[in-house]
Design a protein around this ligand. Structure first.
Ligand SMILES: Cc1cc2nc3c(=O)[nH]c(=O)nc-3n(C[C@H](O)[C@H](O)[C@H](O)COP(=O)(O)OP(=O)(O)OC[C@H]3O[C@@H](n4cnc5c(N)ncnc54)[C@H](O)[C@@H]3O)c2cc1C
Length: 385
């Protein structure tokens, strides 16, 4: 046996679970296919509801030292220019500000914490399959990318934290993810010389999708947006041309990006699928995006991944203590707490998704919310803890 628990993927979900299990004396093998630090397509907005978990992980100071920026306001602009603005304090009860930090830095901090707590952490090792004994998972087969050979690791429990493209959780039909052309992709870059982005995160809706800008460390601004495969194809797949034909259809975004310059390179991911998926498959427990992905306009995916890591840790620790069959016992606890914390939020996000991808509905909703700020706050809170 190489470990009690093997965790596939060292994003926020996997590293949190690894830290909490290792702290309680459970042996953990955390397997990550990339080398840290690695970039990630993400708006890089950390909602205040994530702070309690970051405190418990004891990484708040490291996050501030890494250059995290305070965000005190959220501004939404519909494609017809209607604006809805709220303070983070009103959106997330009691919080003065949210934070923004590149995923390269955030995920590295969380990964280092998992190591410090005593997890064995491997980088450059991509899990290919789960291995089974008497129908139950008993480890994984993986490719050591640096050594160019397959390796096998054995454990009592396998947890999938490999994100939205999970090999183990996605069915073949889900991989197809909708009709060609209409499928959704996300683009991200770090920018310099962006006008007027200070302590606010701005979300822009436009006929082909939505996206946002917010300041991160080192004087950079994160630009991240979602659009259709058709829009990308029409722009010849060239990111600056995609920006011109999509997010710049929103007049506020256009003015912000007038003199912007890209630092580093563009990242693209897709096709994207949003919504609840499954919490387990064939005896493998799933956490974070592997179990389903909340829509990025909520800015809560990182928080859900962190918290799901904690909930799974509590469930696994209880199951280990009870000395009964590990997977069913852990799964029962995890399912109950997951539903309690995230069930309603996933449903609210699914309802709002219709507006996010329909300019007419988004314009109507923005007009309503601009006149009823109380309603705007209640809606935003309903997508959070
Ligand atoms: C366009 C967009 C914008 C977003 N903006 C925000 C935002 O502003 N704020 C927010 O809170 N959330 C945002 N999110 C959501 C957020 O990025 C995710 O919810 C979060 O990253 C989930 O964390 P995770 O740990 O579950 O998975 P991930 O962060 O995806 O981590 C999974 C890890 O597993 C590794 N891995 C994958 N396959 C294997 C394998 N076979 N073997 C080994 N390792 C593997 C990957 O390399 C990766 O490091 C956004 C998402 C998108 C698509």
């Amino acid at each position: 046996m190489d470990a009690d628990v093997i965790i596939i993927g060292a994003g926020p979900a996997g590293s949190t679970l690894a830290t909490q299990l290792a702290r309680s004396g459970i042996s953990v093998l955390l397997v990550e296919e990339k080398h840290m630090p690695r970039h990630k397509v993400c708006g890089e907005f950390i909602t205040p509801e994530a702070f309690p978990t970051l405190e418990r992980l004891e990484v708040r100071d490291a996050i501030h030292r890494a250059g995290a920026q305070p965000i005190t306001r959220l501004c939404l602009t519909a494609s017809n220019g209607t604006k809805v603005e709220t303070s983070i304090a009103e959106m997330s009860r009691g919080a003065r500000s949210a934070l923004s930090l590149s995923r390269a830095r955030l995920d590295q901090i969380l990964f280092e914490k998992a190591k410090q707590a005593g997890s064995v952490c491997l980088e450059g090792v991509a899990v290919k399959n789960c291995i089974f004994e008497d129908g139950s998972p008993c480890g994984v087969e993986a490719m050591s990318i640096d050594e160019g050979r397959m390796v096998t690791f054995r454990s009592r429990l396998v947890v999938d934290a490999s994100g939205r493209n999970s090999r183990l959780m996605l069915t073949r039909e889900e991989r197809a993810a909708g009709a060609r052309g209409g499928r959704l992709y996300a683009l991200k870059a770090h920018l310099r010389r962006v006008e007027g982005i200070t302590d606010q995160v701005e979300l822009y809706f436009f006929p082909q999708g939505y996206g946002g800008l917010s300041r991160i460390e080192d004087g950079l601004v994160n630009l991240c947006f979602i659009t259709s495969e058709r829009a990308i194809r029409e722009a010849g797949g060239d990111p600056p041309a995609v920006v011109d034909r999509t997010i710049k259809n929103n007049s506020l975004a256009r003015s912000r990006l007038l003199h912007a310059e890209v630092e580093g390179r563009w990242l693209t991911v897709g096709p994207l699928r949003f919504g609840a998926r499954r919490l387990a498959q064939s005896g493998v427990l799933a956490i974070g995006d592997a179990s389903g992905m909340i829509d990025p306009f909520t800015g809560t995916g990182i928080q859900i991944a962190l918290r799901a890591g904690e909930l799974a840790a509590e469930a696994i620790i209880k199951a280990m203590d009870s000395n009964s069959d590990l997977f069913p016992h852990a799964m029962a606890h995890y399912r109950t707490s997951y539903e309690r914390e995230f069930g309603r939020r996933m449903k609210v996000a699914a309802l709002l998704r219709r507006a996010a991808f329909s300019p007419q509905t988004a314009n109507l909703l923005a007009a309503l919310l601009a006149r009823a700020p109380q309603l705007a706050r209640r809606l935003l809170r309903a997508t959070r803890a």
